[in-house]
Design a protein around this ligand. Sequence first.
Ligand SMILES: *[C@@H]1O[C@H](CO)[C@@H](O)[C@H](O)[C@H]1NC(C)=O
Ligand SMILES: *[C@@H]1O[C@H](CO)[C@@H](O)[C@H](O)[C@H]1NC(C)=O
Length: 350
Amino acid sequence: MSNSDDLLDVLLVGYGAVGVMYTYFLENSKRARVTVVARGNYSLVQDKGINIESGRLGNHAAWKPYRIFGSVSDAADRQYHYVVVTTKALPDVLPTSRLLSPLLAAEYKFPQPTYVLAQNGLGVEDDLYAAAKRTRSHEPIIITGAVFLDASLTDSRDGLVQGTMEKLVVGLYVGETAPPPAPDAVASLQTFVDVMKQGGSNASMAENIQYEKFMKNRWNAVVASLCTLARQPPPAMSLTPKLEEIVEGPLHGTLQELSALGQALGYPVTEEDARFLTDRTLRGFSKTSPHLPSMLVDVQRGSPLEVEVIIGALVRLGKKYKVSMPRMELIYALLSIIQVQNLQKDGLKV
Ligand SMILES: *[C@@H]1O[C@H](CO)[C@@H](O)[C@H](O)[C@H]1NC(C)=O
Ligand SMILES: *[C@@H]1O[C@H](CO)[C@@H](O)[C@H](O)[C@H]1NC(C)=O
């Protein structure tokens, strides 16, 4: 165990399944101590800890990290080397710059951290980058990642269940008008990956992180969207041969729109890609697979959907790069109707 003075201080915001896993990896490295912000279930996780049952982490009863707070402002009492964000990305409900405002405010006297955004969707970094750039003279350092993880919290919210699959791919965010990454940014990325790996995570650095995020986002943008609109898990799409035939054309057509967009963005996406994903969606799932896309779970709970970063961002890129995406636009419109209903019902701003 290192001397506590040598430990990296990490703040992790968003103590859901991804947040618990990453907190464990970071502390398990013995190189970091993690202050957690658990906004929804602060007293529960503070009092009882989390019961971890995980193929990758092992089993740990009532596990707690170094410190737990209920808000970012309570946690803004020291310098952090890294601030890891594992919340859902909801720019239409709570932009990341507002979530992290206590760290961006002039009253926060400590040097700026490296931000790590472990979130679904595209363009999740833009608002934080702009806000950090506005308030500080130093070029912001933002690591962004694609998270692959078969973990969920139990309904009681004090247990984590995970299988064996876990993969984190990260890279530095480079804004459209930003200079290429400075050596201190590259070193910070390297250290983060090293620490995560030492803690047991299957973390790696991407050559082109935005390409990795784009490829990961395809499934959520098309398959999870259609499941959410139909209120059914993926195997329901091919329950009968007749149904499979009805679904196949539109599903493939929608995925083809994303292949065209990927090509316009300069990514090596081929024609076979849409075919492969269509086949896997209709014929690759066990008919009894219990897995539900997280967007479908959100809609069942009446929670906000990550519609802007998963679908809206693609539609906006399509307009910018003049790629016709009528099917994606329709999906975006329908999910936006659900989103605004839910937000207004909960009295959330839209
Ligand atoms: C924990 O969070 C969930 C979802 O955010 C909420 O429904 C539940 O009431 C919370 N439970 C406690 C004990 O705080
Ligand atoms: C670890 O990551 C690699 C590639 O990044 C992937 O091929 C492999 O399946 C992952 N392992 C696990 C256990 O998830």
